[in-house]
Write a protein that binds this ligand. Structure first.
Ligand code: GLA
Length: 726
């Protein structure tokens, strides 16, 4: 066995030590380990994933690292290909394992597997992030068969779990009154059979279901219990399957979706899966979230270590109805309110009959509307700069309205299924990013806008429709099913070109709200638009779900005036809306001129506090979810604690009145038990006096054991507490 485990010559590559019979390969982070085994037959098995401290003495083969179609084929395989000669079956045998230290914190372990009968190679690369306790897994397939092979399915990861009382947490859009509620938390026990969470809509990878699950022993708890996170970093079609057998063992499978995606792969062309993200915590889902937040800030997000600006976005304030005077007035107000950036949303482009005055025209014609904005984009950027704030812009460059010059000039660029009609979504069609000419167009459009108006320092990139009637005029007839993969890769290629030229431009990913909140897209962005639903009460639920997987730093949360116009929503007090927005990446989504004097004063006080201390604590602190709104007992509360535990913020909200609702009894978490904290209520709602506890000094131990009693019983009362170690 030892001879089969070769160390390649890479400087940092290390041979994995072997034993005669079975070879163990360990992928370790500070607290967790994934154990694989190479047996005497050179099959690679999944043995254990969990805390190092819980590593079992008796280890069992729990299934193949990557099950293939063939042999007894008793499971839905992770890999299924048809070989060039028509053979349907595949076998993968271990060739070698290489280990490479990428830096002091990250180690890559790459296993090479080969089919003994075909020139087909599969590499499975694990990257372990030691401090963050996160591992990524990625599969790359290449072959040298005499013709194309067809890849029917290729998962990124397929971990297996021993028999247990496994529960699933998923994050799905719960539409209410036609308004989206992304990342709504669904918790359920798993039973024998297969449960699938999936997206088959391509461009909006995360709108209906987020590409992520938590698997826990029992219902996932915040600060206790074993929890596994399995995420797919992919802005396209994906599937996560959880197959429980009758003995209650569990086999997960996560990666690109197979539906309609039989990929024709020529020889010597790598077919690369998205990364699956595997994170384990033996201390509850709270710790799992904090680990993912660190991973996102340290390794995924663009400029994850820099604070994100406090901005005003124009969308809910004026929608399509504006002119230069109105935008300048908004910029002036934003500057006076102390904001740092103004973002001009949809409506600024298209001319003549294709002016973008509504959603039914103009997409694709990315020239500034000379009638609405005679001073141009640079004129607006200069105006903003003169007032001391930055200027940003919305675009949706993958899309085209049938009513546009672009649609007339390039009908062959539109995603279309042969002679079938092209369904419209929000009056628009999708451009075919499998086509390099379309990729060039999108990149060049982006580049031209920024070259003509170099004052733009922030872009909101939107994508408001999905694929319907899939098909490409660019792809050959026998490669139409390559669309899904090639589209996502085409999108990433454009993102990568943009990032190469504009590495520090701030970018927000948006797809009708949180439709692209996935770790694949986030790697090219600084932040995401969490939801078009800005109703404060809905946001408490949406943001609660979102923070399970993604950091508050990137989670745009805007103080809005009207919520979403949902008639069921009460007019929330300004302080309630402010507190909800401050708990994420704080900003505004309104027309400042519509604010009452009192609202504006409250908002401005919030902006000052955000700049002074709130932003740093929220964007770079550790999140503790303290009291779930999903308990539906009339309260919700969360906190952020700085890494050095000297400062914290506690956000608490009173939701609908419960029958027997007393004050909120809230025990805190994550503090230093030995430190003495001064507790101050800040940004106090004008409707009441500051809480009596404000100004008290308590030890971390007392705050975490006895907690606080918060008499915020009135509907939509809320409080924000600032804790400072003395
Ligand atoms: C989508 C976005 C909104 C806004 C509009 C503009 O719905 O999610 O934030 O940008 O498009 O048309």
């Amino acid at each position: 066995m030892r001879q089969q485990i070769l160390s390649l010559a890479a400087a940092a590559a290390v041979a994995v030590a072997g034993v005669a019979q079975a070879e163990e390969i360990r992928i370790e982070t500070a607290k967790t380990v994934i154990i694989l085994e190479v047996n005497g037959e050179r099959d690679v098995g999944w043995i254990y994933w969990g805390a190092k401290a819980d590593e079992p003495a008796q280890k069992w083969w729990r299934g193949p690292l990557l099950s293939c179609f063939g042999g007894w084929a008793e499971v839905d395989p992770a890999l299924r290909v048809t070989h060039a000669d028509g053979t349907l079956t595949t076998a993968l045998k271990f060739e070698r394992c290489e280990r490479q230290a990428l830096d002091a914190n990250r180690t890559r372990t790459t296993l090479t597997l080969k089919d003994p009968l075909y020139p087909l190679t599969v590499q499975v690369a694990f990257t372990a992030y030691a401090k963050e306790n996160v591992v990524t897994q990625q599969v790359t397939l290449t072959h040298q068969e005499p013709g194309d092979i067809v890849v029917h399915a290729m998962a990124s990861a397929a971990p297996t779990f021993p028999a247990g009382d496994w529960w699933l947490t998923s994050f799905q859009n719960r539409f209410l009154d036609n308004w989206p509620n992304e990342m709504h938390l669904y918790e359920e026990p798993l039973n024998p059979g297969t449960k699938r969470i999936a997206n088959y809509r391509s461009t909006r990878s995360a709108y209906f279901e987020n590409p992520a699950v938590l698997i826990s022993e029992g219902r996932a708890q915040e600060e206790a219990g074993k929890v596994y996170g399995l995420l797919v970093a992919w802005t396209g079609n994906w599937e996560i399957d959880l197959a429980m057998d009758t003995g209650r063992g569990l086999r997960a499978k996560a990666g690109m979706a197979a539906l309609g995606a039989d990929y024709k792969l020529p020889p010597n062309t790598p077919y690369v899966s998205p990364e699956a993200i595997l994170a384990h915590s033996a201390e509850g889902k709270g710790q799992l979230s904090r680990n993912l937040h660190d991973y996102a800030r340290n390794y995924v997000l663009v400029d994850g270590d820099k604070p994100n600006p406090i901005l005003l976005n124009s969308w809910e304030g004026v929608y399509f109805t504006f002119d230069e005077a109105k935008i300048k007035e908004m910029i002036r107000d934003a500057a006076e309110m102390g904001l740092e950036l103004f973002v001009l949303d949809d409506g600024w482009f298209g001319n003549g009959e294709y002016a973008r005055d509504a959603a039914n025209a103009g997409l694709g014609d990315w020239q500034v509307n000379a009638k609405k904005l005679p001073c141009g984009l640079q004129g607006l950027a200069d105006y903003a700069k003169g007032l001391g704030i930055r200027f940003g812009l919305w675009i949706e460059p993958e899309m085209v309205n049938p009513r546009s010059n672009l649609a007339k000039a390039h009908p062959e660029w539109v995603v279309k299924s042969g002679r079938r009609d092209i369904p419209q979504g929000r009056n628009q069609w999708l451009l075919d990013l499998t086509n390099p000419a379309v990729q060039d167009f999108v990149f060049e459009t982006f580049d031209r806008i920024l070259t003509e108006a170099p004052g733009i320092s922030y872009i909101k990139w939107d994508a408001n429709r999905t694929v319907a009637n899939v098909g490409s005029a660019y792809l050959p007839a026998d490669r139409q099913a390559n669309f899904w993969y090639d589209y996502a890769r085409g999108l990433y290629a454009v993102y990568a070109r943009i990032r190469e030229k504009y590495p520090h431009l701030q970018m927000q990913v948006c797809a009708s709200g949180g439709g692209r909140v996935d770790y694949g897209a986030l790697a090219y962005h600084n932040e995401f638009w969490t939801s078009d639903n800005t109703s404060a009460i809905r946001r408490i639920f949406i943001q609660w779900g979102t923070t399970h997987l993604y950091p508050a730093k990137a989670m745009a949360a805007h103080f809005s005036r009207s919520g979403v116009g949902n008639p069921l929503d009460a007019p929330f007090p300004a302080s309630f809306r402010l507190h909800v927005a401050l708990s994420g990446r704080f900003g505004f989504e309104l027309q400042p001129a519509h604010l009452t004097e009192q609202e504006r004063a409250i908002a401005e006080e919030g902006v000052r506090a955000a700049k002074d201390y709130i932003r740093d604590i929220v964007q770079f602190g550790d999140l503790y979810r303290l009291h779930s709104p999903y308990l539906r007992d009339g309260y919700a509360a969360l906190s952020y604690v700085t890494k050095d535990k000297t400062q914290a913020l506690v956000f608490a909200y009173s939701l609908d009145t419960a029958y027997d609702k007393g004050p909120l009894a809230l025990t805190l978490a994550g503090l230093d038990p030995a430190k003495r904290y001064r507790v101050d209520e800040v940004l106090v709602p004008p409707a009441r006096k500051p809480l009596a506890l404000s100004g008290k000094v308590l030890t971390g131990a007392a705050l975490m054991r006895d907690g606080l009693s918060l008499p915020i019983t009135k509907l939509y009362d809320s409080c924000l507490l600032r804790l400072r170690a003395q």
